[in-house]
Design a binder for this molecule. Sequence first.
Ligand code: SF4
Length: 608
Amino acid sequence: MTYQGKLLRINLAKQTVSTETIPTDTIRKFMGGKGLAAHYLYNELKPGTDPLSPDNILAVMNGALTGASASNCVNFTLASKSPATGTWNDSHCNGFFGPELKFTGFLGMLIKGAASAPVHIHIEDGEGTIHSASELWGMDTFSTSRLLKERFTKDRTARVLCIGKAGERKVKLAGIMSEGRMAARGGLGAVMGSKNLKAISVVGHERFLPADRAGYDRIRKAIAKQIKESPSAVQSRLEGTPKLLMSVNSVGGLPTNNFQSGYNAQASNLSGEALKEKLWDGGRRRKPCRGCAIQCAHVAVIDKGPHAGIVDKGPEYETVGLLGSNCGIMDPEIVAVANYYCDYYGLDTISIGNTIAFLMECRMRGLVSEEKHGALGALDLRFGNEEAFLDAVRMAGRGTGAGNLIANGVRDASVALGVGDEFAMHVKGLEIPAYLPRAAFGQGLAYAVSDRGACHLRPWTFGKECFEKALPATSAEGKGKLVRDGQEKNAIFDSIGVCKFITQGASVDDILALFNAITGFGMDSDEFNLVGRRVNVLTRLFNNREGFSRKDDTLPGRELNDVVPDGPSKGNVITQPVLDDMLDDYYAVSGYTNDGIVPISLKKCLGL
Ligand code: SF4
């Protein structure tokens, strides 16, 4: 197999499947993953398309590195126009599905149309087929995955992605689950649901053949050695992503009680150390992605008490921050139970945690009552009330009681309750991840200008601002360039098919060397970086075309108006003038107009 993979096109309305070769120059310009998905969607999706209409396109796309035996080469992209935000949306997943898709001979697929009844797609060795999924509809994600794996595993284990009941109901917080991992953000599960597509399974036998075998082996081994010697990777292996929690809390960045504060006095209950001991058998219960040398992924097992029998991957830092601290839930076991139900029904834990915390604050302010709000009012949602919290999570999954109000996210909930947007913590309709913007203003800017709404992965500037102290955390100084550079770097990672944690043991130069050894492209760092810029600009172009501009690049009122009341970030507030300064700076260094629009000259210069 070479990198110049094939593309599978599936039309579910017409029940047709076809194959085409992706031109090499297109691959060179966009690489794969996010970049290639953005290329196809920008060119093939009509502006103004309803995200839940059959016309929306779902892209499943690998990168050059997906499926390589080198550590962390497991990432694949799911992309579509988002039902949660109306913007471009790419959401990512690691694990096993992407590599197995690579072994079928396809770099990716584009799925259009909607089936008239539930279907599942199976891809095996260069061929895609569409099957009835009537017997799977209504099933949870774990059972769906198990059943399809049993059905299609022969000499190789079949790999599966699927939706649960949340996606079937087309709610905005529905994600796509793949064997314990979720492409959670932006409602892509609802896009699958709108197409009557329950699942995709893959089995492949092609071998992964790098263009330069000797060079590939050399760099693969060097990266493995660097990871082994990296203290950060060692800590990830023991404590997973929650290793961050105490550090984030120590600088006043841990969302607490619906982002009212960034400091939680009981944070140690939810630390990586606490999870390791209480849920992960001292860090030994791991479920790493294929071939990963870091192995950050753990499995929680609850073996006694009312929730005995629950076994699930995680919870990750974001989940602990939002379902835990942000809702005042400080028992890791309860967080693990909530995480399990989100995975079972296929819901985004970041967004569910935000929405429930928002409703808790509404109730505590007297804005929700049983008389006026029926099933929602009947829930005694207060920060820290574990029973009501778990009821709310299960309702969101099942769609019972107040479930659909919760499962459509914080923006819809604030509109439905008529309470305004001041403390509804979202950007463009996507709920905010677990880093308080008022603790790191650049992170706030990153949320404001991200192409899919509030996102910590494009980029995560929090560490640079608060831990490395590369720039003052609470000023506008240098934040435009910091965010622009991070966006472009992450656009590369999201396009080549690598888990971002590879940077715990590999430099960008190492990753470029790996890319060249696999593709034989011989790119220099200028061309490599230019792809990041091109992809980043392309998704802004997509959003400009949908009507998004500076007016949408903003933050919730709480971040701009409310002073942090306590903890290490006490007294911090971003304010509108500071956000305006950061936006001016960001647009200028990115080459956009001061209204956040990509000018035609930049478009042309990048070959878009
Ligand atoms: S670091 Fe974690 S998420 Fe990344 S590939 Fe390894 S196990 Fe998977």
